[in-house]
Ligand binder design. Structure first.
Ligand code: ATP
Ligand code: MG
Length: 762
């Protein structure tokens, strides 16, 4: 396993271990069992369990089941299953806050006896009013001065059910004037006559989160209690409860930013609404970013864990691009998903000169050579096949390189065929193409003297299997569906498309996959709920290309061209540089995380791609940035000006900070043109930028007296162009600026040149 890059939480833990404050690391993941887990929870799970694993500690799965209203055993079961599926071990059993109810109660009694808690009989609204505001201090409740005995008596009667909901609450006696509103006598207990999914009707008094949570942590000896940023203000209260509980455990709370993804909603309440209103088929609908939805969609736990590692932890809330998640999923599946053929939008292809009833078995590989995995299956070539309707155009548009009347194309692994005739239905749609084949073309030979337009996939009509295919799109049509208004208004009505397809027979037995790549179409998985051997249903996991951002990265390569039965040896297709970079990122977690981070700091996907094909590029970039050069500037100069050795940038010969002078100086001290020259010099030989500027006379020229004579000469030398400009041909300005810049050997300040030219040519 590659080591995880550090972050502020790991820094805190390192310091705590170094100072001897802690000798072990104990974390917990504390879900409330009131819904299914989503990808945000997965991030928290990966963090908490990941820390325990990394530091040889322990992570508890503990249910925060202190609010019986919305909690249920169904959720407990699904959460346990999801955590295990993600690959994390929480020991033999999950823990429950409800198991500590008696302990919480005795700690409440202790606080009452010490005068640190009291029973308050104000109603909810009064409590809110008395609390004051950010600007005004709160007012003491009239019940704040109840005696200890009075409080003990009332609290005991609250427990046995003498009062109805809301009649009394238990509050901590802290400070009604505290600037942090959470410290103004917060609620510790409330009355709820409600059955609990584990304790039944034993209790009608339930602890508040702010009281229960720190006690749970302290009782379990948690060292680092990690939660999301919205609990930052609760931290002083957390510390107060821990300190006043007199428990030996001394957990400390650290907050990190919650994960948000665009085109999705994350809160359990909203996910619940989608389920309850049947906007989706259930918590595990493959369009939902729940752990169960992603599992049914065909994402593997490895991909989810890797995604969580890649996005890392931070203190700033931000929204992650959905494309990043899909990038990781695609990258995860590329090396493991066998390639098979499926025709999603079929039309029939009949080969007139191929013998009816004949069938030829072709043994073809499951993986392309660059994946380098064994495995093969038979496909049968025959007279009647299916091909994609999108692979045929009767009147081919410009750039269309597949089948059209009169054209030869190759049927993958099989023969070349030429389309001779089309058959249409009553609506004028092509439903069948009639072809001839050339029997000398099996195994890669082209028909004599003919151009072959492309290679398309197919399945045999005689033995392919029907399958329902579900193509998913984003569930919401707005990037931030819960930014304002009702998020349900932004549901994407086209988020599910269902197709009637034909697939290779090898998919029937369940021996292949479950995740497979349908060649040229994407990654697919049998639907775990609806697919049966005699009625196949496949979910599209993700397409082959990034549908979220413009430029596809690390597109999986396609399998070898030849069936094994055709013996002629072909070399694997050579890979493009982009493919090689994608493969390098797949192998190296540092490159992969750099790729994402560079986009986060504002570089384009294309630049981030080039900069993460090998470690050298990023090392140079980071050195420049560490020296104080902004990311975008460093990337621009590095990519455009830095000398290369092969595909890699050479080592800096000069001190990195010298490059700073070059880039910040351009536009002031020197021009960009001079800067480019200087950058190359400094890269190759040790030197001082300032000294070089001086010795080579590269200072930028921006005074009128030096530039004006050059301008006059350029205008005189180009008299006819000057009069054309004056006659209205404005576009010539670029020509004049270029001439003057050239005459000044790139040293003139371009803005000044333009200003003086405008005056001279007026
Ligand atoms: P939601 O806001 O989605 O309803 P929640 O915070 O109420 O979730 P809990 O069951 O209380 O759900 O969450 C369990 C743990 O998961 C908490 O520690 C919480 O901080 C963490 N968590 C919840 N949502 C996210 C998220 N989007 N990103 C990271 N961690 C999260
Ligand atoms: Mg919560």
């Amino acid at each position: 396993m590659t080591s995880k890059p550090s972050d502020f939480i790991r820094d805190i833990i390192d310091a705590d271990l170094a100072s001897g404050k802690h000798t072990e690391v104990k974390t917990r993941f504390p879900p409330e069992p009131n819904g299914y887990l989503h990808i945000g929870h997965a991030k928290s799970i990966c963090l908490n369990f990941g820390l325990a694993k990394q530091y040889g500690g322990q992570c508890n799965l503990r249910f925060d089941d202190t609010n019986p209203a919305k909690e249920d055993q169904e959720y407990v079961d699904s959460i346990c299953a999801d955590v295990r599926w993600l690959g994390f071990d929480y020991g033999s059993e999950a823990l429950f806050a409800s198991d500590y109810f008696e302990t919480f109660y005795s700690i409440a009694l202790k606080l009452i006896r010490e005068g640190k808690a009291y029973v308050c009989s104000l109603n909810e609204e009064e409590i809110r009013e008395y609390r004051g505001s950010l600007k005004e201090a709160g007012t003491a409740s009239p019940h704040r001065s109840r005696t200890v005995d009075e409080n003990l008596d009332l609290f005991a009667r609250m427990r046995v059910g003498e009062f109805k909901d809301g009649a009394h609450v238990l509050r901590a006696k802290i400070d009604m004037g505290a600037s942090n509103m959470k410290m103004r006598d917060p609620l510790l207990y409330r009355i709820r006559h409600q059955s609990h999914h584990r304790t039944g009707d034993t209790w009608c008094l339930y602890p508040m989160y702010d009281f229960a949570h720190p006690l749970e942590d302290a009782l379990e000896g948690i060292t680092h209690s990690i939660c999301t940023l919205e609990f930052e203000n609760n931290r002083p209260l957390y510390d107060w409860v821990v300190a006043n509980s007199a428990l030996p455990g001394k957990p400390e709370q650290t907050e990190f930013a919650r994960l948000g993804l665009d085109y999705s909603v994350m809160s359990k309440r909203k996910l619940f609404q989608l389920v309850e209103q049947e906007r989706v088929s259930g918590w595990d609908d493959p369009r939902m970013l729940t752990v169960s939805g992603m599992r049914r969609r065909g994402y593997r736990p490895e991909a989810i864990v890797r995604f969580c590692d890649l996005i890392g932890v931070s203190k700033n809330n931000s929204t992650v691009d959905m494309g990043k998640l899909e990038y990781v999923v695609r990258d995860d599946l590329n090396p493991i998903a066998p390639r098979v053929m499926a025709v999603l939008r079929p039309i029939k292809l009949v080969i007139n000169n191929y013998e009816a009833g004949k069938s030829e078995a072709l043994t073809v590989p499951f993986f392309p050579p660059d994946i380098g995995k064994p495995g093969e299956r038979e496909v049968h070539f025959g007279r009647e096949l299916y091909i994609e309707s999108t692979d045929f155009e009767e009147e081919p548009s410009k750039g269309f390189r597949r089948m059209a009347p009169g054209r030869w194309i190759r049927l993958r692994y099989g023969y070349c065929v030429r389309c001779d005739e089309v058959i249409k239905n009553d609506d004028g749609e092509v439903v069948e193409v009639r072809c001839s084949y050339d029997d000398s073309t099996l195994g890669g030979t082209s028909p004599e003297g003919e151009k072959v337009w492309g290679i398309i996939h197919w399945v045999n009509a005689a033995d392919s299997l029907p399958a329902e295919i579900r193509i998913y799109d984003r569930l919401f049509s707005a990037a931030a569906p819960d930014a304002g208004g009702n998020f349900l208004d932004y549901l994407n009505s086209d988020s599910l498309e269902t197709l009637e397809a034909w697939v290779e027979p090898c998919l029937a037995g369940g021996d292949v996959g479950p995740q497979v790549q349908f060649e040229r179409q994407g990654y697919f998985v049998p639907d775990s709920v609806d697919s049966r051997p005699d009625a196949l249903v496949f979910n599209r996991i993700v397409g082959l290309k990034d549908s979220w951002s413009k430029k596809a990265v690390a597109e999986p390569s396609t399998p070898a061209e030849k069936p094994k039965s055709a013996r002629s040896a072909t070399r694997p297709k050579s890979r493009s540089k982009a493919e090689i970079r994608g493969a390098a990122r797949y192998r190296d977690a540092t490159l992969a995380s750099r790729f994402i981070r560079y986009q986060d700091v504002g570089l384009s996907e294309g630049d981030a791609d080039v900069l993460t094909g090998s470690l050298t590029w990023g090392d140079r970039l980071e050195a420049l940035n560490a020296a104080g050069m902004p990311w975008d500037l460093a990337a621009k100069w590095l990519l455009n000006e830095h000398p290369r050795e092969g595909d890699d940038p050479i080592e800096f010969a000069s001190d990195v900070s010298e490059f700073l002078v070059v880039t910040t100086a351009s536009g002031t001290l020197i021009t960009t043109t001079s800067g480019s020259k200087l950058w190359g010099q400094l890269a190759r030989e040790p030197g001082s930028a300032k000294a070089l500027i001086k010795s080579q006379g590269l200072e930028q020229v921006s005074d009128d007296a030096s530039i004006q004579p050059i301008i006059d000469k350029v205008i005189a030398d180009n008299a006819s162009k000057a009069s054309a400009y004056r006659g209205g041909k404005d576009t010539l300005m670029g020509f004049f600026i270029g001439q003057v810049m050239r005459a000044s050997k790139g040293k003139a300040n371009a803005e000044k040149v333009k200003e003086l030219l405008l005056a001279a040519l007026a």
